[in-house]
Design a protein. Sequence first.
Length: 413
Amino acid sequence: MAWRLHNHLLRGELDFTQRGLITGTLWFVGRESPVTLDLTGTPWQDLAGHRLTFTNPSPASDPIADALSLLQHGTAGDITASRKVKVPDCTDDELTAHLRQRTPFPWHWGNALYLEWYSHTNGRIVIESATYQLTLDPVAAWTLTEADETTQQAATTDAMTGFMTALTSAETEPFTDYLPPENEPPTSTIEAQADAETARMDILLDRVTRRLKDEDSSDPDTFERILEEERQRLRQERGEADPIPLTPEQEAEHARWIDEMNAAADEALEELENDPNAWKEPEKHPLVEQCFELSTRLHHDAKTAGWTTNATSSEHPILEIINGIQIASAKLAGALNGTARRGEWPPNPLFAGDTLVRLKKARQALQDAKAAAHSSLEDALAPRPWLEAAEQEIIALLNNVEALITEVRNSLA
């Protein structure tokens, strides 16, 4: 998590005239005293050796948090006045409407002031804006060299590593918590790889979701930035090497592959548009239909009889029965509907790992629904015949799912 302070900044003065040292003063809304910067490091080439002053033409009205230390000692990260960003060509209200409706918004590339440092007292701090009014003195006291850049990159990497380590120590969700229970180890390499990839995506999604609640989600690039930071953090936690950059030849091959995929997609879309039957609802697997029908029927029964209402908590056992079956239906659809269309079972090994993951998640959801049905019976939350019938149908679904899991595993043995 980073402090993002661009909205609260009134004005600032930064001095980059001493090689390896960055000093400055920042004034914020609601603070009588300014914040003083005393950082080690160097900026990008555009600011190296210069002095920079800047003002915010439209600062926020609410004051900044008192927890921000008035003296900022630490290490510089990326500091530049020429960071390329997408600048919306619309009002804030219009941008918010576009983001909520997931529609494209008008924009242009622009230069943004980007100030990043790792504070000894407050952690990572970022100030980024393409609307500040900047003044740069014309003569540089020194020029950035390749050695300066190398030293700064190493210092930034060390600071980021320390920051991520501190974040990690505050978290309680080890990677293994996202893997399937140990009492059911994977039976093939493909299944193990699929479980590990799913665990990775689940933990990333949880971490990104938590951070989006605290950071400025109105910036369209926020999600991608946070996701990449959390990917880096997870790699560091697991001792994994950073991805190897593509060579020019690999980049060219990747571009060619993308062009081929786009051409194939265009061709497929044209065929769909010329085929009157192409837009018919795809065939559903019988088990998906059975599961969906059961959840719909139980939901209708509970509403009609008054066992649940719109105000009923999602943790109510009756709703846990229904929700568990609905979740299972969605997971089964992802696992089985594709094979139903292709008439292929067991699935091709290329897709078998993903199918297994979804089937196991469906099984877990049905097991949760079964436990909720048993709890509802004990507490007499609905008539016994209705609950017993629901439990038996859930057990039947579970048996079918278990059989499918076994078939896929046997095909990979």
